[in-house]
Design a protein around this ligand. Sequence first.
Ligand code: ZN
Length: 115
Amino acid sequence: MEIERHRRKCQVCRHPQLDDIRRDFMASQAVYLLDKKYGLAQGSARRHAIAMGWFEERQQNSVATLDRFIADGMTKGKVNSVRVSGANILKALELKAKLTGELEESPKPKKLKAI
Ligand SMILES: [Zn+2]
């Protein structure tokens, strides 16, 4: 089976700091930096992340974080006691749409016609 083969050959799966590597990955640390930080062969963190579905999980976590930001920003006008502007909420909505595939490119701002 594919995953068993991965586990046998993967440095990350057998690494004593696997939990730390996972935590750093989920905190959006770049995979090439994880290779360096944990003494892994180049590309190891990326291969492990792909095999174990970490990229999808990180994306879902990001979307959930954006959902909370958007909800709190729209209902309370604040996120973690910090005032949130409408522009920040729109940027969060746009980023969420890109992450979920609902939006492929940044929408072009429309010029307002002078009346
Ligand atoms: Zn692995």
